[in-house]
Design a binder for this molecule. Structure first.
Ligand SMILES: Cc1cc2nc3c(=O)[nH]c(=O)nc-3n(C[C@H](O)[C@H](O)[C@H](O)COP(=O)(O)O)c2cc1C
Length: 206
């Protein structure tokens, strides 16, 4: 198993790219625990740590998640997008999912945990937004740390389109709301880092 160890923060961040094809070798549980630990070092609004992670190791659950990921990507491509993909492209994508795209040896379902509240009811939306931002910071910590250890990942938002179906499989505690699922594993593909907009397009200096 190839494990590249990157230690420079800028190098890790600038070489990371989403991985959607994984080797099926399991990620050892002590590494998974380290990843969760580093995730929870992220900044967290009010110091409240309103996050919860469900670690999906079991093959049975992973197969169910993979089956739902196919449906969720289909819903994304055909129903959610303002400009839906053509039937040919959807067909091709679904075939690739059947062939193993997104099938990972590990999924981590990321929830906001609103069981312990900080703000009064009328400010709930602000609190929730801050919990989502904190969770996103934790996810980024996790995927960057994973990449530094040669573990690839893809951050998946489409589970939001079928939240209830995913929750039936994942069984979260009440008060927790699914935000995303991260698929992780040793890469079985080597994509190049994808292009970004020039910084002048996304900044305003005042
Ligand atoms: C919030 C969020 C949701 C995403 N959801 C999906 C998804 O459902 N399926 C998928 O294949 N990629 C998903 N991605 C990955 C993006 O497509 C990817 O980050 C983007 O194309 C840039 O590519 P890169 O990560 O390789 O730089 C998501 C990324 C983020 C941050």
């Amino acid at each position: 198993m190839l494990v590249m160890a990157l230690s420079n923060c800028f190098e890790v961040m600038s070489t990371r790219c989403s991985i959607r094809w994984f080797k099926q070798d399991p990620i050892p549980l002590d590494i998974v625990n380290k990843l969760i630990e580093i995730a929870t070092r992220a900044p967290t609004a009010h110091g409240a740590e309103q996050w919860f992670f469900i670690i999906v190791y079991s093959e049975e659950k992973r197969r169910e998640i993979h089956r739902l990921l196919k449906l969720a990507h289909k819903c994304h491509a055909e129903e959610a997008l303002i400009n839906p993909y053509s039937p040919e492209i959807v067909d091709k994508w679904m075939k690739r999912i059947d062939q193993g795209m997104y099938m990972a040896p590990l999924y981590i379902a990321a929830y906001i945990d609103m069981r312990k509240r900080v703000y009064r009811e009328e400010f709930f939306e602000c609190e929730k937004s801050m919990a989502i931002q904190s969770l996103a910071a934790a996810i980024e910590n996790l995927i960057i740390a994973a990449w530094s250890m040669g573990i690839g990942s893809v951050w998946l938002g489409v589970p939001l389109l079928l939240r209830e179906e995913f929750n039936k499989i994942l069984n979260p505690p009440p008060g927790c709301e699914l935000q995303s699922i991260i698929a992780l594993g040793y890469p079985a593909e080597t994509p190049k880092p994808r292009k970004r907009k020039n910084i002048s397009e996304v900044t305003l200096v005042i």
